[in-house]
Design a protein around this ligand. Structure first.
Ligand code: MUC
Ligand code: MG
Length: 373
């Protein structure tokens, strides 16, 4: 194949309202801000990607505004004129010149994979070795900030069959109040519905020991990131102490984090997210580490819109064992979308688009409508 160059890269900030406020320990979201990347190649093919975080700078170390600036100022000039055909070479070049900034790197890698898939007429999952499934289980996060509203939301979703499992976000209140909130929801949905809890680092280790004991008693299936992400030893202690599985989310950022956690047996499950890992290829590396260490996997989200969720879905679909399913519900939390065809969610699963590349197309009128001016 003759060489094909990257001609230009454009990044826009898109703000979409959420269907209701989404309460996390560190922020309340009323809209979601996505950085949408378009990568134009010399053969006329365009790849798309998404860099999204949660609550400005309250979750990750990259803000939407900073991500756009990084792309415009550093990445676009660096990649202009480079070959679009070796994604590994481009990612190595980015790692050499740009430290960190994994959310942005994930968006660029996604756009390169999308373009390459379109060029070769195959899906991103095929480029990554091939999918083992065309659908993925997707849970829903109850985080309205109100116990009764959460119970109603759960019941409506169970009745419609769209979701069969839930994740609860806690850590904003006194731990006993939070545990009572979780226990009430678990009791309402019953023993057959999987309920997991994400503390988003809010507990000290001593509180976590008391809180997790109560959550375990209440029948909660999985505890996500109870303590500070840097406390790997504490996560190992909790993992060993409790029967209920403990999941590393914020702690399991990069490939190297996954290796260190696996060495310490800190966490019995890893939440994989393309943004934290710096791309889809690194997800497969993290998954290999987890698999070798006997750690289970969960397909996480940075609450991306459709572009980022589909990119995540493609790589998650290549993993032979995703014991805890996924939380790729981001597009459903938004009132509108910026792609031509919205994703299909029903019967507890999402359908992964099967066309070339990501298998989705931006609706430029919608992008224009929600683009930050
Ligand atoms: C997180 O920490 O897991 C994922 C789902 C959700 O509601 O929040 C995110 C962030
Ligand atoms: Mg989490």
């Amino acid at each position: 194949m003759e060489d094909i160059k990257i001609e230009r890269i454009e990044a826009v900030i898109v703000d979409l309202p959420t269907i209701r406020p989404h309460h996390l320990s560190m922020a309340v979201m009323r809209n979601q801000t996505m950085v949408i990347v378009q990568l134009f190649c010399s053969d006329g093919i365009e790849g798309i990607g998404e860099a999204t975080t949660i609550g400005g700078l309250s979750y990750g170390e990259e803000s939407p505004e900073g991500m756009k600036l990084t792309i415009d100022t550093y990445i676009a000039p660096l990649l202009q004129g480079k070959s679009a055909l070796s994604i590994n070479a481009i990612m190595a070049l980015l790692d050499y010149h740009i430290k960190g900034n994994n959310f942005v790197k994930s968006a660029i890698e996604t756009a390169l994979l999308d373009a390459q898939g379109k060029r070769l007429g195959v899906s991103v999952a095929t480029l990554l070795g091939g999918a083992v499934t065309k659908t993925l289980p997707v849970l829903w996060t109850l985080a309205s900030g109100d116990t009764e509203k959460d119970i109603q939301e759960a019941q409506t979703l169970l009745q419609s069959g769209r979701h069969k499992a839930f994740k609860l976000k806690i850590g904003r209140n006194d731990w006993k109040t939070d545990v009572a909130h979780v226990a009430a929801i678990k009791k309402a949905v019953g023993p057959d519905v999987m309920v997991t809890v994400d503390v988003n680092q809010a507990w000290a280790e001593s509180i976590a020991k008391q809180g997790i004991a109560r959550l375990q008693e209440a029948g909660i299936d999985l505890i996500e990131q109870p303590i500070l992400k840097t406390n790997f030893d504490g996560l190992a202690r909790l993992t060993q102490y409790f029967t209920v599985p403990i999941m590393a989310d914020e702690a399991a950022g990069t490939v190297s984090d996954a290796f260190k956690l696996a060495k310490l047996a800190a966490g019995s499950v890893f939440a994989l997210k393309i943004a934290k890992a710096g791309g889809l290829i690194n997800i497969q590396k993290q998954a290999a580490i987890a698999q070798a260490a006997g750690i289970s996997l969960y397909g996480g989200t940075m609450l991306e819109g459709t572009v980022g969720s589909v990119a995540s879905a493609h790589v998650f679909s290549t993993l032979p064992k995703l014991d805890w399913g996924t939380e790729l519900f981001g597009p459903l939390l938004l009132t509108d979308d910026i792609v031509k065809t919205r994703l299909n969610y029903s019967n507890g699963v999402m359908e992964i688009p099967q066309g070339p590349g990501l298998g989705i197309e931006l609706d430029m009128q919608q992008v224009e409508k929600y683009k930050r001016k």
